[in-house]
Design a protein around this ligand. Structure first.
Ligand SMILES: Nc1ncnc2c1ncn2[C@@H]1O[C@H](COP(=O)(O)OP(=O)(O)O)[C@@H](O)[C@H]1O
Ligand SMILES: [Mg+2]
Length: 228
Protein backbone atom coordinates (compact mmCIF):
# COMPACT_ATOMS: atom_id res chain seq x y z
CA UNK A 1 0.00 0.00 0.00
CA UNK A 2 1.35 3.46 -0.79
CA UNK A 3 2.20 5.62 2.21
CA UNK A 4 -0.50 8.23 2.81
CA UNK A 5 0.12 11.88 3.49
CA UNK A 6 -1.28 12.65 6.92
CA UNK A 7 -0.70 16.37 6.37
CA UNK A 8 -0.83 18.34 3.14
CA UNK A 9 -0.31 22.10 2.99
CA UNK A 10 -0.65 23.89 -0.35
CA UNK A 11 0.14 27.58 -1.00
CA UNK A 12 -0.76 28.61 2.52
CA UNK A 13 -0.55 32.25 3.55
CA UNK A 14 -1.51 33.90 6.81
CA UNK A 15 -2.12 37.60 7.24
CA UNK A 16 -3.00 39.26 10.53
CA UNK A 17 -4.89 42.53 10.41
CA UNK A 18 -4.50 44.95 13.25
CA UNK A 19 -5.17 48.69 13.49
CA UNK A 20 -5.73 48.88 9.75
CA UNK A 21 -2.39 47.27 8.98
CA UNK A 22 -2.02 43.86 7.38
CA UNK A 23 0.92 41.77 8.51
CA UNK A 24 1.73 38.74 6.38
CA UNK A 25 3.45 36.19 8.60
CA UNK A 26 3.37 33.17 6.26
CA UNK A 27 3.65 33.34 2.47
CA UNK A 28 2.92 30.58 0.02
CA UNK A 29 3.95 27.62 2.18
CA UNK A 30 3.62 24.17 0.62
CA UNK A 31 4.72 20.79 1.93
CA UNK A 32 3.27 17.43 2.80
CA UNK A 33 4.13 14.93 5.51
CA UNK A 34 3.83 11.15 5.20
CA UNK A 35 2.12 9.14 7.90
CA UNK A 36 4.72 8.03 10.44
CA UNK A 37 7.35 10.64 9.51
CA UNK A 38 9.23 12.78 12.02
CA UNK A 39 9.69 16.43 11.05
CA UNK A 40 11.39 19.35 12.77
CA UNK A 41 10.47 22.96 11.99
CA UNK A 42 13.17 25.44 12.91
CA UNK A 43 13.76 29.14 12.32
CA UNK A 44 14.39 32.41 14.12
CA UNK A 45 11.92 33.82 16.61
CA UNK A 46 9.08 35.54 14.76
CA UNK A 47 9.57 33.52 11.56
CA UNK A 48 6.06 32.06 11.78
CA UNK A 49 6.66 28.62 13.33
CA UNK A 50 3.87 28.76 15.92
CA UNK A 51 1.46 30.24 13.39
CA UNK A 52 2.27 27.46 10.93
CA UNK A 53 1.81 24.73 13.55
CA UNK A 54 -1.55 26.20 14.57
CA UNK A 55 -2.74 26.14 10.94
CA UNK A 56 -1.51 22.56 10.44
CA UNK A 57 -3.32 21.40 13.59
CA UNK A 58 -6.56 23.15 12.69
CA UNK A 59 -6.33 25.49 15.69
CA UNK A 60 -6.42 28.47 13.36
CA UNK A 61 -7.39 29.14 9.74
CA UNK A 62 -5.20 30.04 6.79
CA UNK A 63 -5.90 33.32 4.97
CA UNK A 64 -5.43 31.49 1.68
CA UNK A 65 -4.30 28.10 0.44
CA UNK A 66 -5.35 24.70 1.68
CA UNK A 67 -4.57 22.54 4.71
CA UNK A 68 -5.58 18.88 4.72
CA UNK A 69 -5.31 16.55 7.68
CA UNK A 70 -5.75 12.88 6.86
CA UNK A 71 -7.26 13.93 3.50
CA UNK A 72 -9.85 16.21 5.11
CA UNK A 73 -9.62 19.81 3.89
CA UNK A 74 -9.79 22.04 6.95
CA UNK A 75 -10.49 25.32 5.14
CA UNK A 76 -14.14 24.67 4.48
CA UNK A 77 -14.93 23.36 7.95
CA UNK A 78 -16.63 25.23 10.77
CA UNK A 79 -14.86 25.67 14.11
CA UNK A 80 -16.87 22.74 15.55
CA UNK A 81 -16.01 20.49 12.63
CA UNK A 82 -12.34 21.35 12.98
CA UNK A 83 -12.55 20.54 16.70
CA UNK A 84 -13.93 17.11 15.80
CA UNK A 85 -11.02 16.46 13.42
CA UNK A 86 -8.54 17.60 16.10
CA UNK A 87 -10.15 15.28 18.63
CA UNK A 88 -9.92 12.38 16.27
CA UNK A 89 -6.42 12.69 14.82
CA UNK A 90 -4.39 15.38 16.54
CA UNK A 91 -2.31 15.72 19.68
CA UNK A 92 -0.80 19.09 20.56
CA UNK A 93 1.75 20.10 23.16
CA UNK A 94 2.81 23.64 23.98
CA UNK A 95 6.03 25.15 25.29
CA UNK A 96 4.14 26.47 28.33
CA UNK A 97 2.20 23.20 28.86
CA UNK A 98 -1.27 24.82 29.02
CA UNK A 99 -2.68 22.55 31.71
CA UNK A 100 -5.85 23.63 33.48
CA UNK A 101 -4.70 25.05 36.83
CA UNK A 102 -7.84 24.08 38.76
CA UNK A 103 -7.63 20.41 37.76
CA UNK A 104 -5.27 17.72 39.05
CA UNK A 105 -2.81 15.95 36.75
CA UNK A 106 -5.24 13.03 36.45
CA UNK A 107 -8.22 15.28 35.71
CA UNK A 108 -6.24 17.19 33.07
CA UNK A 109 -5.60 13.90 31.27
CA UNK A 110 -9.24 12.86 31.64
CA UNK A 111 -10.76 16.00 30.08
CA UNK A 112 -10.33 15.24 26.37
CA UNK A 113 -11.49 11.65 26.88
CA UNK A 114 -14.57 12.88 28.72
CA UNK A 115 -15.27 15.31 25.89
CA UNK A 116 -15.17 12.37 23.54
CA UNK A 117 -17.54 10.51 25.91
CA UNK A 118 -15.19 7.56 26.18
CA UNK A 119 -15.52 4.74 28.68
CA UNK A 120 -13.23 3.92 31.60
CA UNK A 121 -11.78 7.39 31.43
CA UNK A 122 -10.29 7.42 34.93
CA UNK A 123 -8.62 4.03 34.52
CA UNK A 124 -7.16 5.04 31.17
CA UNK A 125 -5.91 8.35 32.54
CA UNK A 126 -4.16 6.41 35.35
CA UNK A 127 -2.55 4.20 32.70
CA UNK A 128 -1.43 7.19 30.63
CA UNK A 129 0.10 8.92 33.65
CA UNK A 130 1.88 5.69 34.48
CA UNK A 131 3.28 5.59 30.94
CA UNK A 132 4.91 9.00 31.44
CA UNK A 133 6.16 7.98 34.91
CA UNK A 134 3.82 10.20 36.92
CA UNK A 135 1.54 7.78 38.78
CA UNK A 136 2.67 9.19 42.10
CA UNK A 137 1.65 12.72 41.03
CA UNK A 138 -1.89 11.96 39.82
CA UNK A 139 -3.60 14.07 42.46
CA UNK A 140 -1.25 17.03 42.31
CA UNK A 141 -2.22 20.33 40.73
CA UNK A 142 -0.07 21.85 37.95
CA UNK A 143 1.38 24.46 40.34
CA UNK A 144 2.69 21.60 42.51
CA UNK A 145 4.56 20.06 39.56
CA UNK A 146 7.91 20.93 37.98
CA UNK A 147 8.06 22.07 34.35
CA UNK A 148 9.14 18.63 33.19
CA UNK A 149 6.35 16.97 35.12
CA UNK A 150 3.79 19.37 33.67
CA UNK A 151 5.07 18.65 30.17
CA UNK A 152 4.74 14.91 30.83
CA UNK A 153 1.13 15.44 31.96
CA UNK A 154 0.46 17.36 28.76
CA UNK A 155 2.01 14.50 26.77
CA UNK A 156 -0.21 11.98 28.57
CA UNK A 157 -3.17 14.20 27.67
CA UNK A 158 -2.02 14.45 24.04
CA UNK A 159 -1.57 10.65 23.84
CA UNK A 160 -5.11 10.01 25.09
CA UNK A 161 -6.70 9.89 21.64
CA UNK A 162 -3.81 7.85 20.19
CA UNK A 163 -3.20 10.72 17.76
CA UNK A 164 -2.21 9.98 14.18
CA UNK A 165 -0.15 13.17 14.33
CA UNK A 166 1.43 14.98 17.26
CA UNK A 167 2.30 18.68 16.95
CA UNK A 168 4.74 19.98 19.54
CA UNK A 169 5.65 23.67 19.82
CA UNK A 170 9.08 23.94 21.44
CA UNK A 171 8.19 21.09 23.81
CA UNK A 172 11.58 21.14 25.52
CA UNK A 173 12.13 24.91 25.33
CA UNK A 174 11.53 25.43 29.05
CA UNK A 175 13.19 22.25 30.32
CA UNK A 176 16.68 21.22 31.41
CA UNK A 177 18.70 18.68 29.40
CA UNK A 178 17.84 15.60 31.41
CA UNK A 179 14.12 16.39 31.48
CA UNK A 180 14.15 17.22 27.75
CA UNK A 181 15.61 13.78 27.11
CA UNK A 182 12.65 12.16 28.92
CA UNK A 183 10.14 14.13 26.85
CA UNK A 184 11.96 13.31 23.62
CA UNK A 185 12.04 9.60 24.49
CA UNK A 186 8.27 9.65 25.06
CA UNK A 187 7.57 11.42 21.76
CA UNK A 188 9.87 9.25 19.65
CA UNK A 189 8.59 6.17 21.53
CA UNK A 190 5.07 7.03 20.41
CA UNK A 191 6.35 7.38 16.85
CA UNK A 192 8.00 3.95 17.00
CA UNK A 193 5.22 2.09 18.82
CA UNK A 194 2.09 3.64 17.35
CA UNK A 195 3.41 5.15 14.11
CA UNK A 196 2.40 8.60 15.31
CA UNK A 197 3.66 11.32 12.98
CA UNK A 198 5.70 13.95 14.81
CA UNK A 199 5.90 17.61 13.77
CA UNK A 200 8.11 19.42 16.26
CA UNK A 201 8.98 23.11 16.34
CA UNK A 202 12.34 23.43 18.07
CA UNK A 203 15.43 25.57 18.49
CA UNK A 204 17.30 22.54 19.75
CA UNK A 205 19.53 21.32 16.91
CA UNK A 206 20.19 18.04 18.70
CA UNK A 207 16.44 17.33 18.86
CA UNK A 208 16.00 18.43 15.23
CA UNK A 209 18.77 16.04 14.17
CA UNK A 210 16.79 13.10 15.59
CA UNK A 211 13.98 13.69 13.09
CA UNK A 212 14.00 12.48 9.50
CA UNK A 213 13.35 15.91 8.00
CA UNK A 214 14.12 19.53 8.86
CA UNK A 215 12.04 22.42 7.46
CA UNK A 216 13.63 25.83 8.03
CA UNK A 217 11.44 28.94 8.07
CA UNK A 218 12.66 32.49 7.65
CA UNK A 219 10.40 35.55 7.58
CA UNK A 220 7.35 33.44 6.79
CA UNK A 221 8.95 31.55 3.90
CA UNK A 222 10.37 28.05 3.65
CA UNK A 223 14.10 28.54 3.38
CA UNK A 224 15.00 24.86 3.13
CA UNK A 225 13.36 21.46 3.44
CA UNK A 226 15.91 18.71 4.03
CA UNK A 227 15.36 15.00 4.37
CA UNK A 228 17.94 13.10 6.44
N1 LIG B 1 -2.60 36.87 16.69
C1 LIG B 1 -1.65 37.61 16.11
N2 LIG B 1 -1.92 38.87 15.68
C2 LIG B 1 -0.97 39.61 15.06
N3 LIG B 1 0.30 39.19 14.83
C3 LIG B 1 0.61 37.96 15.24
C4 LIG B 1 -0.32 37.10 15.91
N4 LIG B 1 0.29 35.93 16.19
C5 LIG B 1 1.56 36.04 15.74
N5 LIG B 1 1.76 37.26 15.16
C6 LIG B 1 3.01 37.73 14.54
O1 LIG B 1 3.35 36.78 13.54
C7 LIG B 1 4.76 36.64 13.46
C8 LIG B 1 5.11 35.17 13.63
O2 LIG B 1 4.81 34.75 14.95
P1 LIG B 1 4.99 33.27 15.43
O3 LIG B 1 4.27 32.36 14.51
O4 LIG B 1 4.62 33.23 16.87
O5 LIG B 1 6.58 33.05 15.24
P2 LIG B 1 7.58 32.04 15.93
O6 LIG B 1 6.78 30.95 16.56
O7 LIG B 1 8.45 31.55 14.80
O8 LIG B 1 8.37 32.81 16.91
C9 LIG B 1 5.36 37.53 14.56
O9 LIG B 1 5.75 38.73 13.94
C10 LIG B 1 4.19 37.76 15.48
O10 LIG B 1 4.29 38.99 16.13
MG1 LIG C 1 6.68 30.26 18.50
Amino acid sequence: MPIQNILDIQNVSKTYKSAGNALTVLSDISFSVEQGATVAITGPSGSGKTTLLGLCAGLDRASSGSVSLNNVKLNQLTEDERATIRNRYVGFIFQNFQLMPTLTALENVMVPMELRREKDVRARAVELLDKVGLSARANHYPIQLSGGEQQRVSLARAFSNRPAILFADEPTGNLDGETSEKIEKLMFGLNQEAGTTLVIVTHDLELASRTSRIIRLKSGLIQSDQHA
